[in-house]
Design a protein around this ligand. Structure first.
Ligand code: C5P
Length: 246
C-alpha cells in the first residue's frame, strides 16, 4: 500500500467531540478547522446540545459522524434514521445486536427521507459490532456471548452487510478479519486508537494510529489523545504525520 499524503490521512481521522455543551465543542472545532478531519458527535454532546450543534458543524464544512448507536425496534429505528438523514449527517450507526430487521429498517429510513425529498444525500450507516471497551471476559461472562470476541465481531459485520449497511465500528485489531469476511470495500471505523505512550483510559482493545493504517482501517476515531491535549491541533497533526509514515 502506498503511503498516505497528509490530506488523505487527515480525511481518515474522526475527532470524538465528547464535550458537555455546544460552546466547548465548537471551541474545539474552531481549533481543528481546516485540518480536513471529521467531527464525531456522540451522546454526551448530542443529548446536551441537540441537532443545532450538528447543523453548525455542517455549516462549518465538517463531515459529521453522529454516534448515537441506535438500538430499538425496527419501526423506531426506521423513523430515527429518517430524522438523521433529514438532519444531513454524513454517517451514523446502529447496534448490530439489534438484528437484521432492525438494521434493514435503518437503511429503509434513510431511503425514505431521500425519496421524499427531505434529505439531499444518503448518509452512510454502519453497525456497532462489540464496543472497544468490551474484553473477552466481559463478552463471555457478563454479556453471555460464548466464543471468541473476533467471531462475534465478524458475525455482526456479515449481518450488517446482509442488511445493506456500508460498514462497521470495530477495534482496529479486527479489521483484517472483517475485510476478509466482508470484502475490502466494507468500511471499518475504528475507535480504541492510542498513540504510543498515551493513556488507555477505559479502552481495552487498542492500536497505534500507525498500526491501524497498516491494518487497512478506513477511519480512525480518536478522542482523548486529541481533545484532552494542551494543544489539540498539534496533537492531531502529530497523529496525521504518524499515519503518513505507514
Ligand atoms: O477518547 P477515546 O479515543 O477513547 O474516544 C473513543 C470514542 O469512540 C468515544 O466517543 C466512544 O464513545 C467511541 N466508541 C468507542 N467504541 C465503539 C464505538 C464508539 O470507543 N465501539
Amino acid at each position: 500500500m502506498a503511503a498516505l499524503t497528509m490530506a488523505e490521512a487527515a480525511s481518515k481521522v474522526m475527532v470524538a467531540l465528547d464535550k458537555p455543551d455546544a460552546d466547548a465543542a465548537l471551541r474545539l472545532a474552531s481549533e481543528l478547522q481546516g485540518t480536513g478531519c471529521w467531527m464525531k458527535v456522540g451522546m454526551e454532546l448530542f443529548y446536551a446540545a441537540g441537532p443545532s450543534v450538528v447543523r453548525e458543524l455542517k455549516a462549518r464544512k465538517f463531515r459529521v459522524f453522529l454516534d448515537l448507536k441506535m438500538h430499538d425496534i425496527p419501526n423506531t429505528v426506521r423513523g430515527g434514521s429518517r430524522s438523521l438523514a433529514r438532519l444531513g449527517v454524513d454517517l451514523f450507526n446502529v447496534h448490530g445486536a439489534g438484528g437484521l430487521a432492525m438494521m434493514s429498517a435503518a437503511v429503509e429510513g434513510v431511503q425514505e427521507a431521500v425519496t421524499a425529498g427531505e434529505a439531499e444525500h444518503l448518509p452512510m450507516i454502519i453497525a456497532v459490532t462489540q464496543l472497544t471497551s468490551t474484553s473477552q471476559s466481559v463478552l463471555n461472562e457478563e454479556i453471555r456471548i460464548s466464543g471468541q470476541l473476533e467471531e462475534a465481531v465478524v458475525h455482526y459485520a456479515k449481518l450488517a452487510r446482509t442488511a445493506g449497511l456500508q460498514g462497521v465500528v470495530a477495534s482496529p485489531l479486527e479489521v483484517e478479519a472483517i475485510k476478509l469476511a466482508c470484502g475490502t470495500d466494507f468500511v471499518t471505523v475504528t475507535p480504541g486508537i492510542r498513540p504510543r505512550g498515551a493513556a488507555l483510559g477505559d479502552q481495552s482493545r487498542v492500536m497505534t494510529p500507525y498500526d491501524a493504517v497498516k491494518c487497512g482501517t478506513d477511519y480512525l476515531v480518536i478522542g482523548r489523545p486529541i481533545t484532552a491535549a494542551d494543544n489539540p491541533a498539534e496533537a492531531l497533526n502529530r497523529i496525521i504525520k504518524e499515519m503518513t509514515e505507514s
